[in-house]
Design a protein. Structure first.
Length: 547
């Protein structure tokens, strides 16, 4: 036998073959083991890779890399959620291409610093595929391989909501500071506005004590006291109105309203003040009288116009003011236009805000609480309308407000719900109970009606009033104060009506809220007067019931 084993015996060959088979089996076992380990390792790598991919794809943050030319070389798939771009649309393009133009300045310099190992977190706006801007925050570090810098690797976070919250917080802070400033100015202004008329009332009331005062001076002082009282009442009314608006107690009361009659009445009311300021006051009616009867809240229309005209008159001299309304496209468009000193541009956007007055930059001193225009805005909106200032008027100011035009279906002419007083009418001698616990009001009522009374009886509580009416069944009139101790005027009226249906009861109260009249009538009162009391109104009611 030739070859390596030519001189071996059969036994020796068998031993060699056995040895080779053993080694083969050993090698086979080793190979199989290596293959198994390789497959296991391969599987582990795949599992790890899948875990890594799942982790990366579910991160809120976006991982990216840039090369040395600041081009995108890698970005995680979640970039699409905030940008609209898929990774393939970004890779290979300069990242600066996707930065908002206003934020591009300094971006490449920042990139260079990161390459040098300087960690500088930054924020900028990323321009999305549909053109929107989202705020992102990024932090990056140099990316190296085998000791050589290849670019940067960073993390990108969408902070749009955070930025929005920050901006809202800043805006809220600014509003709070502005509100605090306005409230401080308002308190100082209200203090001034109340003290000034009070100074006139108390000061000239003291001067009236002088027995040597001539008739002309007396008349002048009385007029000053009356004017000061009206000014203070206006401040109080504004404060009450704004409080009722805030608490939702201000309601809309729709009734037939003669707009043309209101316009004429307002003109007559303001004409003397306008003439005193050398102002040419005129008005315009947009509808014929037969079409001017509309369904709306006449008191609120009246209040808005009065606020606007009053502001125009008190702010100007030697000019003209025109007010009125026009009918346009199923709306009534009211206006108050003057050619006076106008509204400074810095106030044009805030003029309807509370406590805002333009007096700080005016030559003329402004009176008031700074609530009139805010109240007017609320009233216009309550009437399904709006109010605005014409910002484009070159000289003077122009205010407009609109309300829907809803013609009345009433055939009769409109008559205002006001009492008229006839100087010549004769009022019966009355037996009157004045139910009032406040001495000054009691004295004022007495002075107003004593000429027409044969007897006046005074009570100070609801309980006492009920008892007095029982003991005096021939009483003609009860002037019932609503707010009294023990029993209020509503309860007292109900008790009186249970045994006396004929006596005339007129409620009188300082509350003057819209529901007060309704509550008084429902309780059994015949009519209602709000304080401060006016002699003409009281005598008009006496004529109505006892003429």
């Amino acid at each position: 036998m030739k070859g390596k084993y030519s001189y071996k015996t059969k036994k020796e060959l068998t031993e060699i073959l056995t040895d080779l088979e053993y080694k083969y089996e050993s090698l086979k076992d080793s190979y199989n083991k290596d293959i198994t380990e390789y497959e296991r390792s391969k599987k582990d790598v795949e599992v790890s890779r899948e875990r890594y991919r799942t982790l990366v794809e579910n991160l809120n943050e976006i991982i990216y890399t840039l090369d040395l030319k600041a081009r995108v070389t890698y970005v995680t798939p979640n970039i699409k959620e905030i940008s609209g771009y898929s990774p393939s649309e970004l890779i290979g393009k300069p990242f600066i291409q996707f930065v908002h133009p206003e934020d591009k300045k300094g971006r490449l310099k920042l990139f260079a610093k990161i390459i040098l190992g300087i960690k500088i977190p930054s924020e900028y706006r990323f321009v999305t595929k549909d053109g929107r801007s989202v705020w992102v925050r990024t932090c990056a570090r140099p990316l190296s391989r085998k000791g050589r810098i290849k670019g940067i690797q960073g993390v990108l976070t969408d902070i749009t909501d955070l930025k929005k919250a920050e901006q809202e917080l800043i805006a809220a802070k600014n509003r709070a500071e502005e509100s605090d400033r306005l409230k401080s100015a308002f308190i100082a202004n209200i203090s001034h506005e109340i003290r000034t008329p009070m100074n006139g009332i108390l000061g000239f009331a003291e001067l009236l004590k002088n027995p040597a005062l001539n008739e002309n001076s007396q008349r002048e002082y009385i007029n000053i006291i009356k004017k000061s009282g009206k000014r203070m009442l206006n401040i109080i009314d504004n404060l009450i109105d704004i409080s009722r608006i805030d608490t939702g107690q201000m309601k809309v009361s729709i009734s037939d309203t003669d707009i043309n009659a209101q316009i004429e009445d307002i003109y007559k009311f303001f004409k003397p003040d306008a003439e005193n300021n050398n102002i040419d006051l005129s008005f315009q009616k947009g509808l014929p009288d037969k079409d001017a009867l509309v369904k709306t809240d006449g008191e609120k229309i009246y209040a808005i116009l009065v606020n606007l005209i009053k502001n125009a008159i008190k702010s100007n001299r030697d000019c003209s003011i025109e007010f009125g309304y026009q009918y346009t496209d199923k709306f009534l468009k009211f206006f108050v236009i003057d050619n006076g000193i106008g509204i400074p541009e810095e106030y044009s956007d805030t003029i309807f805000n509370r406590f805002v007055q333009v007096s700080p930059s005016r030559k003329t001193k402004s009176e008031g609480s700074g609530l009139g225009l805010s109240i007017s805005k609320a009233y216009a909106e309550m009437l399904s309308g709006e109010i605005w200032l014409d910002k484009n008027k070159k000289k003077g100011s122009a205010f407009y407000f609109i309300i829907p035009y809803k013609p009345s279906d009433s055939k009769g002419a409109f008559e205002e719900n006001k009492q008229t007083f006839d100087q010549e009418a004769i009022i019966k001698n009355l037996k009157v109970i004045i139910s009032e616990d406040e001495e000054i009001s009691k004295k004022l009522l007495t002075e107003m009606i004593k000429k027409h009374c044969r007897e006046i009886i005074y009570t100070q509580s609801g309980t006492e009033t009920v008892k007095t009416v029982k003991n005096n069944p021939d009483t003609d009139l009860i002037l019932m104060d609503i707010e009294m101790p023990e029993m209020d005027g509503y309860k007292a009226t109900r008790k009186i009506r249970s045994f006396n249906k004929n006596v005339t009861i007129i409620a009188q109260t300082a509350n003057a809220l819209p529901d007060d009249r309704k509550k008084a009538i429902e309780a059994g009162c015949d009519n209602y007067l709000s304080k401060p009391l006016n002699k003409k109104n009281i005598l008009s009611l006496l004529q109505k019931y006892f003429y």
